[in-house]
Structures are given as C-alpha cells and as structure tokens.
Design a protein around this ligand. Structure first.
Ligand code: MN
Length: 331
C-alpha cells in the first residue's frame, strides 16, 4: 500500500526546496477528512490523493500544487469547505482545489461533434490556472491505473473520456509520457483483445528489440563521434496504442510498421543536420519515398526537422528525426 512516507521519500529525492511542514499538514488534513472512506480496491481513500501528489512531484510541481493534489477531493467528497482550506493553506491552494472540484463536476460529452466544446471548457479552466488541469490529469492517470476495480461499464465510460479529452490535453501540454500512458490504459478497456495481442507480441520480442535499440544507438553515436559532430542521440519504441492505430487502421502487421523504432539526433547547426542525414543514409539503406525535408520546407505550424526511414541490422526498419536544438525546443 502506498503511504505518505513513500511520498516524503520521493519529495526528498527530488532535491527541490519543498516546504515539508506545509505538505505534511495538507496530508494530515486530507487523511482526517477522508477518514473511513475506502477506494474500490479496498484501500483507504487517502492512498489516492497521495498517489496523485506523487505524480505531481514527478512533474516537478511546487509545494502549493502538491498540497492541492493532496487536498483535491476533500471539498467534493467530505464536509470540508473551500473557506477552511483557504484559511489553513492560503488562497493559492484553495483556488486550485476549487478549480479541480469544479472540473470534476463538469459533464463532458463524448460525441465527436462536441469535442470542441469539451476542449473549450478545459481551456477556459486552464486560462485561470494551468496547475488545475495538471492536477486533474494526474487524478485521471491514477484513476486509470487503478481502473481494474471498477465495474465494466464505468471502465469503458472513463476510458472513452480519457481517450477523447484527457489524452489530447496532455498532448497539447507537451506531456508525452503521460499522454501515452493514458492512451494505453484506455485502450486496455476499450479493446482488451486488441491490447493484449499487441502487448503479448511486444513482450515476446522485448529482449531482441532492446538489443536492437542499444546497438543502433551505439552505432550512430560512434560514427558521429568519429566525425566530430557534436550531437545527442536517443531512441524510443512506439507505445501499444500508437501501434494499435497503425495495425488496425492501416491493416498492418507488427513487422510492417516502419516506425516501430525511432531515433532522434539533435545537433548544433542546420549544416550538421544534413551531414547527419548523409551519415545515416551511408550506415543504413534508406527506404524510398520516406525522406522528408521539413527544414527546407517547414510545416505550416513552423515545425522543422529532417525525417527519414532506413533499414537497420536484421532488416528491422526504423525512423530517424534530425534537428537542431532550436528546432527541438520549438517542436
Ligand atoms: Mn481524485
């Protein structure tokens, strides 16, 4: 069971200047307020706000937001009032708790034509204090992580809402990892068979894929070092939901997905971008028609990068994005 001591450890390990007394006070208040309440899992309710607070710490949020995370359900679910929160923890924390409470009560519609209305509502709340949305996203993430204890109907309902509202907002806020996790958890409930199929295939090849990623990254790294091109290179694997979309929308098998693996190379100058492209095409055979020069011709939103797809060792294809540091920050 996840307890406050675990959260304290994460807070200390972060090495950020947190106000431990204030956070402890928020925890004590929340624990007392939720006393006797249980989660569907049978655990004390307080484990939920603690877990939400931990995700907020991982996102690098400040003391005020951590306190609001611990207190985010007290007004909705207990006899506590915003006035009381304000008196004890200050206006900043109270405004956030109030914002999250209002957002929780908001009814979202999940019909496609009304998507814009949902996003508009969220954006309105965001304009006041973006931290409110961050707390709400962390709240949803923990609820999705523990969704197995809910009824099948609730699972589907929440998964759909998460896919249509929360994941797109996480994406817009640049929280890629949380977006991926929200999508994967949603898929698990929206199409359990499709999800299991992908996850079990990936699991079977995990070792092979990890070796491939490491070898390829080392190879690129080595060659660029030999040529004295200053760079950062790293790779990522597509996550289950993104694979699912390709497999089922484009009717492809796992082996036919060209960008199951992708590497990114970040360099100092535009000239270096084209040099690295040359190096990649020299090391690996490029796939015809997959090269795109978004540096020469940026996307309408200003996005710039070189994209290519090549065939690596063992015939495994992978995508490569090459860009300068500046382009990377813009992206
Ligand atoms: Mn909650």
């Amino acid at each position: 069971m996840y307890v406050f001591e675990d959260l304290m450890k994460v807070l200390k390990d972060s090495n950020r200047p947190y106000d431990f007394d204030k956070i402890t006070e928020a925890y004590r208040y929340a624990e007392k307020a939720h006393d006797g309440q249980m989660r569907q899992s049978g655990e004390p309710y307080i484990t939920h706000p603690i877990a939400v607070a931990q995700i907020l710490v991982e996102l690098g949020m400040d003391t005020e937001t951590i306190c609001a995370g611990l207190l985010h359900d007290v007004v909705e679910d207990t006899s506590s009032t915003i006035e009381e929160i304000k008196k004890i923890f200050g206006a900043d924390v109270a405004l956030m708790v109030d914002g999250v409470t209002k957002l929780t009560k908001m009814q979202f519609v999940t019909k496609e034509e009304e998507q814009m209305e949902n996003l508009r509502k969220m954006l309105m709340a965001m304009a006041k204090d973006i931290r409110v949305i961050l707390i709400k996203i962390c709240d949803r993430l923990h609820n999705m992580r523990t969704m197995e204890y809910q009824s099948a109907r609730k699972q589907k309902e929440k998964a759909l809402e998460t896919m249509e509202i929360y994941a797109p907002i996480a994406h817009r806020l640049g929280m890629q990892r949380i977006k991926w996790e929200l999508e994967d958890l949603s898929l698990k409930y929206l199409d359990p068979i499709g999800y299991d199929e992908i996850v079990s295939k990936l699991d079977a090849k995990r070792q092979e894929y990890e070796d491939f990623m490491r070898r390829t990254q080392d190879q690129i790294d080595q060659r660029l070092n030999d040529l004295n091109i200053q760079h950062i290179v790293y790779g990522r694997m597509k996550h289950p939901y993104s694979i699912y979309r390709k497999m089922f929308n484009q009717n492809k098998s796992l082996d036919e997905i060209f960008d199951l693996f992708a590497f990114r190379v970040i360099v100092n100058t535009v000239g270096d971008c084209y040099n690295v492209l040359g190096v990649i095409h020299d090391l690996y055979k490029p796939i015809l028609g997959r090269f795109k020069d978004y540096i020469g011709t940026p996307k309408p939103n200003g996005y710039q990068s070189l994209h290519t797809t090549v065939i690596g060792a063992d015939g495994l294809p992978f995508a490569v994005q090459i860009r300068t540091r500046e382009m990377h920050e813009t992206a």
